[in-house]
Design a protein around this ligand. Structure first.
Ligand SMILES: [Zn+2]
Ligand SMILES: [Zn+2]
Length: 485
């Protein structure tokens, strides 16, 4: 006879784990000055799911209703699912995947908050705003707070590898005033591949990953042959202050600037008024008055660092309204921020440079860079500027035309050979025939797809992502093949 067994106690409903869209990949370096940037976390999430970051964003995240509501609360969602370009749905500036994304994701703006929320929902992590500078948005001007381009400390990345974790990008490295690694006391480097071009990985096999070389794929930029230069004491001090700021941001951070402004008003009085204080810290008098008297007025992080440096106090404590003196390297204590210098433009030289550029096939950006002028200065030479632009456009058209005809010729050649052999016009067969991979995103593959469709169905397919001109030319090739069969 079976013994009566009491059933196992079931867990409470609320204690059950809820499913999340993605794995709960935790940010590295939480609560320290080495905290991972949100952008790096997103790339790591994509990597762990074997997806390209843009696929993770535009397909996976964009199709989740909760995430969609977080990222674009005001727009009504279209009924069908999303494809590669979320931007087309007009979801507002923060919900895009482009070159500005890293900046938007980690800065102090609204986009950073939304991205952090979206990834919290997707991965089940808490307080991901610690991987952004959002906590500073009421105290520090969002202008010039972060840098758009990636920077790395090779030693930190190597250290990640030796401790057995994937190398990751520190939020600190994206802060504009930071120019060196406070741990290794070396200047940050812009990531560059040190290998010869020939050895580079197939561009379709490369991964987009903060801690790995985009060119050759080596983890922690082991390929790099550049060595970082030692940094100055003043640069080190600024980097350390920013690292301490990140630590402070992760615990009981008060975002309201009122207490700081009250403290600063008293300090300014003690220095002898706004004029004396402005001269001491090297900030225009009007900026100081506006900052102290306007409730929502903020100073830039460079200006605040200068105040902390000249006064010898801690920046995170200053922002919280506390006057805490810290050690400052001995020597010059004048403000570090470089004064803006207005350079006089030699317009004769600029004109000549523009004429040379037209003759040698250079574009406006190259001229602006070599002459160190803005496009606005170039536009004052209207006729030359227009000519420069027109040349650039016709050069681009010529390159596009060349690229298109190469792709079409290749697709037409392959199609002819496959038809003669009685084989299907597929990318797999094209690969067998040519001996190299045919990726669906390649122009030649798109052309072959159109040709195959016309031959099979006697009508063109949806245009997809190729240009109208290429599309038309591919259809013409298909019709020609059809009539010669
Ligand atoms: Zn380092
Ligand atoms: Zn490399």
């Amino acid at each position: 006879m079976l013994k009566h067994v009491a059933p196992h106690k079931q867990p409470e409903i609320s204690a059950k784990r809820t499913h999340t869209l993605l794995y709960k990949v935790q940010p590295e370096g939480r609560g320290s000055g080495q905290v991972e940037s949100l952008y790096s976390l997103l790339q790591r999430l994509a990597y762990e799911h074997s997806l390209a970051p843009n696929r993770l964003v535009c397909m996976t995240l964009a199709n989740d209703p909760d995430i969609r509501a977080t990222m674009a609360p005001s727009t009504t969602a279209p009924t069908h699912s999303y494809d590669s370009n979320v931007k087309e749905w007009n979801w507002g500036s923060c919900w895009t995947w482009g070159k500005d994304t890293p900046n938007l994701m980690i800065g102090a703006g609204l986009a950073a908050m939304r991205w952090a929320n979206a990834l919290e929902i997707a991965s089940g992590n808490q307080s991901l705003d610690e991987c952004t500078l959002r906590g500073l948005h009421l105290q520090i001007s969002t202008n010039k707070l972060v840098v758009a381009e990636a920077r790395i400390c090779l030693d930190c990345l190597q250290q990640d590898l030796t401790t057995g974790r994937m190398p990751y990008e520190r939020l600190l490295w994206r802060m504009r005033p930071v120019s060196c690694c406070p741990i290794h006391r070396k200047a940050l480097l812009s990531p560059q591949c040190g290998k010869q071009r020939v050895k580079h990985k197939d561009k379709y096999l490369r991964i987009d990953y903060c801690g790995a070389c985009k060119q050759c794929g080596s983890l922690g930029f082991s390929c790099s042959d550049t060595t970082a230069t030692p940094c100055s004491e003043a640069d080190l001090w600024r980097a350390e202050q920013c690292a301490q700021l990140l630590v402070a941001l992760s615990s009981n951070w008060h975002q309201l600037p009122g207490k700081m402004k009250t403290l600063m008003k008293a300090q300014v009085e003690a220095t002898g008024g706004v004029q004396a204080f402005a001269a001491k810290v090297g900030i225009p008098k009007s900026d100081i008055s506006r900052w102290l008297n306007g409730t929502s007025s903020r100073l830039g992080i460079d200006q605040l660092l200068d105040i902390a440096w000249v006064e010898g106090v801690s920046l995170p404590e200053l922002l919280q309204g506390n006057w805490v003196e810290v050690n400052i390297p001995k020597g010059d204590r004048s403000p570090l921020r470089a004064r803006r210098q207005i350079k006089k433009i030699n317009h004769d030289q600029l004109r000549q440079a523009m004429i040379d550029a037209i003759a040698h096939g250079k574009n406006a950006t190259q001229v602006a860079r070599t002459m160190q002028v803005s496009t606005k200065s170039m536009k004052s030479h209207a006729a030359l500027y227009e000519e420069l632009q027109a040349h650039a456009i016709s050069r681009k058209q010529a390159t596009d035309e060349h690229r298109r005809s190469m792709a079409l010729d290749e697709a037409a050649g392959v199609a002819t050979q496959l038809l003669a052999a009685g084989e299907k016009l597929s990318l797999r067969n094209a690969m067998k025939l040519t001996g190299n991979s045919w990726y669906p995103t390649e122009l030649r593959a798109q052309c072959l797809r159109v040709i195959a469709h016309v031959l099979e169905n006697a009508e063109p397919p949806m245009r997809g992502r190729i240009s109208a001109a290429t599309f038309g030319a591919a259809i013409a090739v298909a019709r020609r093949l059809q009539s010669s069969r």
